[in-house]
Design a protein around this ligand. Structure first.
Ligand code: AVJ
Length: 327
């Protein structure tokens, strides 16, 4: 296995604030609870428990994005591989389970290197280890970094002809459009001479969107409430999970799902030694998930200097995969 610990780059480790530990969560939550309306950055939904719940969401009958994107990757792998080209270095923004990137690697001719970037060291090292074991010819070089911040990457692998980014899952939908442009500007800079393959959820019948974020089994509700449970575990908070309702809805003009936790009664909460009051009906905003039209997303990519070169979507127009070139 060609996973040399010395090659694991910790780009932002010395640079405060590296937002992954309890101190950063405490700071962000306290700041968000003082704000009006109350909010918490959605990245704190994804601790080990939250990530496990999200994996279960991906298998729900109502949650179409994961299986639709997998279908697109499977169905168009050959054509996607022709756009990416031979001897590419693949950079993944966020270390996934590996299922999606394997579809890509299997279709590519001589992929030379795989660079997963993730804020969680254990996560990215686990993903890298699994891949390195199964792809002997591939140089696997995990990077521990927050890709929402200015990013430095190791030099492109010697044998690689170009660097190509992979950002699946419509994770880009968690950014507000202006933040998405900022992310894409960073990406187009680090991917010059190559391109970006990005998965984007599409605007559609609000009833379909509503069901995807309000599943019958209540897994999304548990995923949402987990951020309170995490605060109880890590920050000595005293949220009573039964007194917060999962509330997710589609805002058609803003083209986004908003996810909230709504206080069922008037209550006082303590977090990291500070007291907060929730009025009955007051919300804590936990996540946005923006949806795009195909043309709307291409226009966003153009603002960031990309050249939209190809797009694939399913017959029902639920999800899209965009190939963007960075010249
Ligand atoms: C991981 C951001 C793509 O927005 O659909 C799923 C997260 N939240 N159900 C999404 C999520 C509630 C998911 N992303």
């Amino acid at each position: 296995m060609n996973l040399d610990p010395a090659s694991i780059l910790s780009v932002a480790a010395s640079e405060p604030p590296f937002e992954s530990d309890a101190a950063d969560f405490a700071r962000a939550l306290v700041c968000g609870l003082r704000a009006v309306p109350k909010r918490v950055p959605c990245k704190y939904l994804y601790d080990a428990a939250g990530s496990a719940l999200f994996e279960r969401i991906c298998d729900l009958p109502e949650y179409y994005p994961t299986r639709t994107e997998l279908g697109l990757l499977e169905h168009h792998a050959g054509e996607i591989a022709r756009h990416i080209g031979d001897d590419a270095e693949l950079v993944e923004f966020g270390a996934g389970s590996g299922v999606k990137v394997r579809l890509l690697l299997d279709a590519l001719a001589r992929p030379r290197a795989y660079v997963p970037i993730d804020i969680s060291g254990p996560h990215v090292r686990a993903a890298a280890g699994r891949l390195a074991a199964d792809y002997p010819g591939l140089a696997v070089r995990p990077v521990v970094a927050d890709y929402t911040r200015p990013l430095q990457l190791p030099a492109v692998a010697g044998e690689a002809r170009r660097r190509v980014g992979f950002f699946p899952g419509s994770t880009i939908g968690n950014f507000a459009p202006d933040e998405a442009v900022r992310f894409l500007l960073m990406a187009s800079r680090v991917l010059k001479g190559g391109g970006l393959l990005v998965g984007v959820d599409l605007v559609k019948d609000p009833a379909v969107l509503h069901a995807a974020y309000n599943d019958a089994a209540g897994v999304t509700a548990a995923f949402n409430r987990n951020v309170l449970d995490r605060a109880n575990r890590e920050l000595d908070a005293d949220f009573d999970l039964d007194r917060f309702a999962h509330y997710a809805f589609y805002h058609p003009l803003a083209q986004r799902i908003e996810m909230h936790l709504v206080s069922l009664d008037r209550q006082h909460i303590h977090v990291a030694g500070e007291r907060f009051v929730f009025a009955a009906g007051e919300a804590l905003h936990t996540e946005d998930s923006y949806k795009y039209t195909v043309d709307g997303f291409r226009a966003l990519a153009v603002r960031a200097g990309f050249v939209p070169a190809a797009v694939w979507s399913d017959p029902q127009q639920r999800f899209s995969l965009h190939w963007l070139e960075s010249l």
